[in-house]
Write a protein that binds this ligand. Structure first.
Ligand SMILES: *[C@@H]1O[C@H](CO)[C@@H](O)[C@H](O)[C@H]1NC(C)=O
Ligand SMILES: *[C@@H]1O[C@H](CO)[C@@H](O)[C@H](O)[C@H]1NC(C)=O
Ligand SMILES: *[C@@H]1O[C@H](CO)[C@@H](O)[C@H](O)[C@H]1NC(C)=O
Ligand SMILES: *[C@@H]1O[C@H](CO)[C@@H](O)[C@H](O)[C@H]1NC(C)=O
Ligand SMILES: *[C@@H]1O[C@H](CO)[C@@H](O)[C@H](O)[C@H]1NC(C)=O
Length: 812
């Protein structure tokens, strides 16, 4: 109270002591009024009043050097000022007080708290890290870094001070123009072994998993990298996670968006925009406890949920229609009798640790004993993934997911009968069988190896005589099987016209069957191919590294003399366009199938953009490039136009625009600027085409001149979005789902690339009930807006539509 009244008289006494913007400090008694700013000494950050777009004034800190001026911290987020009368003052006791300066009501709107005693000569300084600190001598009275908003900056300690009980956590903004506390929080939980929960209100959405010594168990993407270093500290005083930038001229921040998505962005100087570096919630399996207790989620499976070994679905009928939340139950109950043991679940995200206990010094053997001794212990694992410490769980195990790599081994308690070990007689018999089988296998293996070697040697000799020596690539270098010309010719009945599937940009495609029965599609590159053998080899090995269930798989290649061929898996159901745009066929694609196809395309694209080692922009996503397998799973094909880009870039520009009208984003078609967001645009077009069963290009409507995008947007803004649906969709749909998909489609085709979501957000929006933003006007919504609608301009190089275009990478 005293401090406030003191401030009041200071107002008049020190009003001459206004701060000029050249300084980074506010002395005791100093004032900042709306319009004035304080800049940090290195010029990285600035403190002042701003309007986020809701006609209210806030005191905040923002980036000063970069064009976006992104606000990273707001003092009075829940107590906005209505006008420009705001005043920030530092009281002589070291308290920052924000008040509305009108004479009648000089009420403090916001103030910094301080647990310290009043001191002499306090000073507030904006540091170059973006931290606003009140110093008294060398001690810190208060700092803004202890009050994180929605931005998690380098140097902040995210977590809990165990001495004072102060919790420092992220709270989202309500909307992009309203900094008041939104629904989402991201907060450390220390009720068991510490982990972080992202919640909407009180409902958990995502869990990072416990710290495993190297990273959070549920964030395999958190790895040593060139941009930042990170650490997790857990001692008697505090538990926190923190990161530091390796080179402070590279700007990077984490932010919890108003949609509840936790993402890291880095600033790209060249394009002057924030580029998405990583999203914490990668996919569907990151939804909290999606598979229920003892369930395990694997993104490579369909359906993604399964039960841990020794468990079965609790409500099998619910599982059939995709409700896995009931989880799984043991096939055999535990009884805590002798003979119980553990089954290893390899490479998983460790389950929720709220009900866990740990010991830092035990090794894995002691850990097992500790768990076995206590009847209510259900699982154990090492605390540190490098093999030390012990973490044991009680009660149900929830929110487990499977990783292909970088997961941790979890040992789950099982009844004796589930362990598979049995009496002496049985084991002896098994041992004998194993020995016999092994020795037979070794003999067969040796014989086979001899013949294979002989065969290979003969083939190599044959190839060397037929072609120049340097054209024969080394199979080991290629990581991809070489298939001989003779075998390929035989598989396709000597490239017979009957087996021809189509003609792509780089040559004809044939259907074939290898001797082992495998059906293949062979792309025979025309002889006048621009590439040499080395280049071809190099690019093939790039494609070979792309492995995802929603990408067409490259099985091998064939190089002999001038002949270069790519051998892909054969897709019996051909391409998506032959279904959705065909009156007869479209009935076989009901809404659940279309929904699965859209989700498949989204995941495949997310993998290309973000998860694959290469990061790839496809550049020619369209219905005829989506192939369908026996089970109507979507597979993206044709990487002929694709560009790979490095870890820190998300796009580039080109003078030579390739792609297909109707799917090209405006910035790409007109300016040749392509980025992951141009693929997002094409994805949006595809979504709308799949829902409506109409082609974007060539769409006609009796009432207006809009194309499909414009038509969809018009219907959406008029609240008529459901009339966009194709008849087979209407007959089988879940209306709210179709409307959500339509809205996501429209968000993806927005005019401005910045407005379009990333594929990570799109996947999240498709799969969960997050609140979606209102889409703005789409790009190219009338056909006439397009460059050269009817004839391709000379700059353009349009690929012919063909059912199966399987071509090569163009060089970067
Ligand atoms: C701003 O206006 C609202 C509504 O009139 C009022 O409740 C609030 O107290 C005002 N805030 C200030 C700081 O004057
Ligand atoms: C930091 O990055 C800048 C710009 O890329 C570079 O000029 C500088 O040498 C880097 N500094 C260090 C210490 O690596
Ligand atoms: C980006 O631009 C800012 C401001 O011009 C500069 O300070 C910084 O060093 C640049 N960073 C890099 C990585 O070039
Ligand atoms: C951890 O385990 C070791 C070895 O069993 C034991 O000596 C130690 O007291 C335990 N620590 C705690 C905190 O329980
Ligand atoms: C088992 O562990 C729980 C939780 O730590 C504990 O409360 C209980 O006493 C233990 N039981 C035995 C028999 O050690």
């Amino acid at each position: 109270m005293e401090a406030f009244s003191f401030v009041l008289c200071c107002c008049t006494l020190f009003s001459a002591l206004m701060i000029c913007s050249a300084t980074d400090t506010i002395p005791a008694g100093g004032l900042i009024s709306d319009g004035q700013t304080v800049a940090s000494s290195g010029g990285s950050f600035e403190l002042g009043f701003f309007d986020p777009g809701n006609s209210k004034r806030y005191l905040g800190i923002w980036y000063k050097k970069i064009a976006s001026g992104t606000v990273v911290w707001v003092a009075n987020r829940d107590a906005p000022l209505n006008d420009t009368s705001g005043l920030l003052q530092l009281s002589s006791s070291g308290m920052l007080v924000l008040s509305s300066g009108t004479k009648e009501s000089i009420l403090p709107i916001w103030s910094s708290t301080s647990s310290h005693d009043p001191t002499e000569n306090p000073v507030a300084r904006l540091l170059d890290t973006g931290n606003l600190v009140v110093f008294a001598g060398n001690s810190i009275l208060w700092q803004s870094f202890d009050y994180i908003g929605d931005n998690f900056l380098a140097g902040m300690k995210f977590g809990r001070n165990l001495v004072t009980g102060h919790d420092n956590y992220l709270t989202s903004w309500k909307s992009t123009t309203d900094p008041s506390s939104g629904d989402y929080t991201n907060k450390l939980d220390h009720s068991g072994y510490p982990q972080i929960f992202l919640r909407k209100g009180s409902v958990i959405q995502f869990r990072t998993g416990p710290w495993n010594g190297l990273r959070f168990s549920g964030m395999p993407s958190l790895k040593p990298n060139p941009i930042y270093t990170f650490e997790f500290v857990y001692n008697d005083q505090e538990i926190y996670y923190k990161y530091e930038l390796i080179n402070s001229s590279v700007i990077s921040r984490m932010v919890l968006s108003q949609l509840g998505i936790l993402q890291r962005f880095t600033w790209i100087n060249r394009s002057e925009e924030w580029s998405l570096y990583v999203t914490a919630q990668m996919d569907n399996c990151d939804r909290f406890s999606v598979c229920g207790a003892y369930g395990t989620c694997s993104i490579n499976n369909s359906p993604p949920c399964g039960c841990l070994r020794g468990f079965k679905p609790k409500f099998p009928s619910n599982w059939e229609y995709g409700d896995w939340s009931g989880g799984c139950v043991r096939k055999t109950e535990l009884s805590c009798k002798d003979g119980e043991g553990f089954i290893k679940a390899p490479s998983v995200k460790l389950p929720d640790t709220r009900n866990s206990v740990f010991n830092r010094t035990m090794d894995l053997k002691e850990c097992e004993k500790w768990c076995l001794k206590n009847c209510s212990c259900t699982a154990y694992s090492s605390l540190d993934i490098r093999g030390t410490g012990c973490l044991i769980w009680f009660d149900e195990l929830i929110d487990i997911r499977q990783y292909d790599q970088d997961g941790q081994d979890l040992y789950i308690r099982m009844a004796a009968s589930e362990l598979g070990g049995s009496s002496g007689e049985m084991t002896r018999r098994i041992k004998i069988i194993v020995v016999v089988v092994l020795s037979v296998a070794v003999v067969i293996g040796l014989i086979y190896a001899f013949f294979a070697w002989k065969n290979k040697w003969l083939k190599l000799k044959e190839q060397m005589t037929q072609s120049q020596r340097r054209d024969v690539p080394n199979e080991e270098d290629l990581e991809l099987p070489l298939i001989s010309f003779n075998d390929t010719a035989e598989a396709t009945s000597n490239f017979s016209i009957d087996n021809k599937l189509g003609e792509g940009g780089y040559g004809p495609v044939f259907r074939g069957k290898l001797r082992d029965g495998q059906e293949i599609a062979v792309k025979r590159l025309s002889k006048v191919s621009r590439q040499g053998a080395d280049q071809f080899k190099n690019e093939i090995s790039l494609i070979a590294k792309l492995q995802h269930r929603n990408l067409v798989k490259l099985l091998g290649c064939c190089i002999q003399g001038d002949e270069k061929m790519l051998i892909y898996e054969y897709m019996p159901n051909r391409s998506l366009d032959s279904f959705i745009f065909d009156k007869g066929q479209s009935y076989s694609l009901d809404w659940p199938k279309r929904c699965k196809i859209i989700n498949g395309i989204a995941r495949g694209l997310l993998y290309l953009h973000q998860d694959s080692r290469l990061r790839i922009i496809h550049r020619d996503l369209k219905a005829s490039n989506i192939l369908l397998d026996y089970e109507m799973n979507a597979k993206i094909s044709d990487f002929g136009m694709a560009r790979s880009f490095g870890g820190d870039e998300t796009g580039a520009s080109t003078g030579r625009v390739v792609g297909t009208y109707g799917y090209m984003s405006p910035e790409y078609a007109i300016d040749g600027i392509f980025s992951v967001k141009s693929d997002v645009f094409s994805f949006g077009v595809l979504v709308l085409e799949i829902i409506s069963g109409k082609r974007n290009r060539g769409f006609v409507h009796p009432d207006h001149k809009l194309n499909l995008l414009g038509h969809a947007w018009k219907l959406f803004t008029e609240g008529q979005a459901e009339s966009l649906m194709d008849t087979p969709v209407r007959d089988s749909c879940d209306l709210s789902e179709v409307l959500r998909f339509t809205q996501v489609g429209l968000l993806c085709v927005q005019q401005s690339p910045e407005d379009r979501p990333s594929m990570a957000s799109a996947v999240l929006m498709l799969s969960s009930e997050v609140a979606l933003p209102q889409p703005k006007e789409p790009g190219f919504f009338t056909d006439r807006q397009m460059v050269g609608t009817d004839s391709s301009s000379s700059k353009m190089d349009i690929c012919s539509t063909n059912e199966l275009t399987l071509t090569m990478f163009t060089p970067r």
